[in-house]
Design a binder for this molecule. Structure first.
Ligand code: NAD
Length: 478
């Protein structure tokens, strides 16, 4: 490619580091066992080869896990907070110690570049456990009264895009507050959650405090419909979030939902454009765009639109797409055939509806689920690619003239998870942030996460917050 200054030599991370086993079991009441469902094969999306066989839970395993969590609740919640904190600190340290193994395993099971699993997913998962370990003995000072009580047994259902990190987001605050949990990872990415179960067992956590059940939607549904769960925490699609909300309507089960998004990343004409380009790339191509808060709609001020799009195209020509285990890879594989089909369907709709499609020249591996980074220009608000969550490496570019028009367009979506603002003016950042209906607003950066910072949505992006002091509220009877 003309813009490439030099080629990179292959720098593959060794897959042996993952210590992949032929089979994995579910974790119930402190022990590993085969589930009563049929075993499933989890595959590597980068080459479609099976990685391992995973025992799948059946409805009787859900019953057993809930009974174990119920039995463990009283003694666990009666422990002094500092004792619960000790277990969380242990888990956090063990995640750090096994960080390389977890990063390679995550990259194999999910398809994400090792650079991201190693530098983002795993360190942030450990950071969440460290952060909530610190809260465990300070709950009386968190602003929820002098002795806030836990809720009870939490059923937690998570998606495949950040498998270990989502497990940490769910388990750490729940345990810190004195709850016990039954967690279900997504069917395509169960491996790191099951290794986390090993870490939890080795940390000496009392049996039943954490139970981890591999399985598909039916097991998720069995958890939601189980009568003896006090709280459901769900991260996933808006569609399933709506089903869960309907199922729980009229019951006393608490609910928090972290759902989809269609974030606007807004670039004003006074923004440092080179930095904005990096933020746009990180906003939509990080994790192949399979990020609920991805900056999938670029709103650029009309006067700099041509210049910005040209700079973006030059930058995209340097992205390296391919082997997720190569340390130089920027964009890895799409997680599943189903997700790839959805990305294809929506991008084809973009072309049919009249938007202009552009991708850098790029060779994709022959096997596996791959999608080349894609930019659509000439997008209008009515296009499906501007309205629907694609959950892939696809950016829709729209333009605006005034800040009012930017706010109008950014908020013109059923979602409200995140947004980005790029400008030189602090006053404009503040005024825009206060008018954007989004749970997280980044200024002159994008996709930055910190356990101390709350995360969650408006409108169809869900309700409840995870992270920070706010994240405690979802697990306290406050
Ligand atoms: P999904 O909703 O299909 O699945 C999520 C989880 O729910 C999986 O574990 C799945 O097995 C389970 N599930 C499916 N049907 C169920 C049912 N009827 N009852 C109970 N559980 C059920 O979503 P996905 O395709 O795995 O993930 C992609 C979606 O997740 C995207 O829309 C994305 O925006 C969203 N997401 C949101 C956040 C957030 O924090 N807001 C984070 C990551 C992903």
């Amino acid at each position: 490619m003309a813009d490439k200054l030099f080629e990179y030599a292959p720098a593959p991370e060794s897959r042996d580091i993952a210590r992949l086993r032929p089979s994995y079991q579910i974790f119930v009441n402190g022990g590993f066992r085969d589930g009563s469902g049929e075993a499933i094969k989890t595959i590597n999306p980068a080459d479609e080869e099976p990685l391992a066989e995973v025992a799948e839970a059946g409805p009787s395993d859900v019953d057993d896990a809930v009974t174990a969590a119920r039995g463990a609740f009283r003694p666990w919640s009666a422990l002094p907070g500092r004792e619960r904190g000790k277990y969380l600190f242990r888990i956090a340290r063990a995640i750090q110690e096994r960080g390389r193994e977890l990063a390679v395993l995550e990259s194999l099971d999910n398809g994400k570049p090792i650079r991201e699993a190693r530098d983002v997913d795993i360190p942030l998962a450990a950071a969440h456990f460290f952060y909530y370990a610190g809260w465990a003995d300070k709950l009386g000072y968190a602003g929820f009264g002098p002795s806030p009580r836990p809720i009870g047994v939490a059923g937690q259902i998570i998606p495949w895009n950040f498998p270990l990190l989502m497990a940490a987001w769910k388990i750490a605050p729940a345990l810190a507050c004195g709850n016990t949990v039954v967690l279900k990872p997504a069917e395509t990415t169960p491996l790191t959650a099951l290794v986390l179960a090993e870490i939890i067992a080795e940390a000496g956590l009392p049996p039943g405090v954490v139970n981890i059940l591999a399985g598909g939607p039916a097991i998720g549904q069995a958890i939601v419909e189980h009568g003896d769960i006090d709280k459901i925490a769900f991260t996933g699609s808006t569609e399933v979030g709506k089903i869960i909300r309907r199922t729980l309507a009229g019951t006393s089960t608490r609910l928090s939902l972290e759902l989809g998004g269609k974030a606007a990343n807004i670039v004003f004409d006074d923004a440092p454009l080179d930095q904005a380009v990096e933020g746009i790339v990180n906003g939509i191509f990080f994790n192949q765009g399979q990020v609920c808060c991805a900056g999938s709609r670029l709103l650029v001020q009309e006067s700099v639109a041509d210049e910005l799009v040209a700079a973006l195209q030059r930058r995209l020509a340097t992205l390296r797409v391919g082997d997720p285990l190569d340390k130089n890879t920027d964009v890895g594989a799409i997680n599943s055939a189903a997700q790839l089909a959805r990305i294809r369907e929506l991008t084809e709709a973009g072309v049919q509806e009249g938007a202009t499609r552009w991708s850098p020249p790029c060779e994709l591996p022959e096997r596996g689920y791959w999608f080349v980074p894609t930019v659509f220009t000439g997008v209008s608000q009515a296009h499906r690619i501007a309205r629907e969550e694609i959950f892939g490496p696809v950016l829709s570019v729209l333009t605006f003239r005034t800040p009012d028009e930017a706010v109008e367009k950014a908020n013109n979506t059923p979602y409200g998870l995140s947004a980005g603002i790029w400008t030189d003016k602090g006053s404009r950042i503040l005024s825009m942030a206060s008018r954007l209906r989004a749970g997280v607003v980044w200024a002159n950066t994008f996709n930055r996460f910190d356990p101390a910072s709350p995360f969650g949505g408006f409108k169809e992006s869900g309700f409840g917050r995870e992270g920070g002091r706010h994240g405690l509220e979802a697990y306290l009877d406050a």
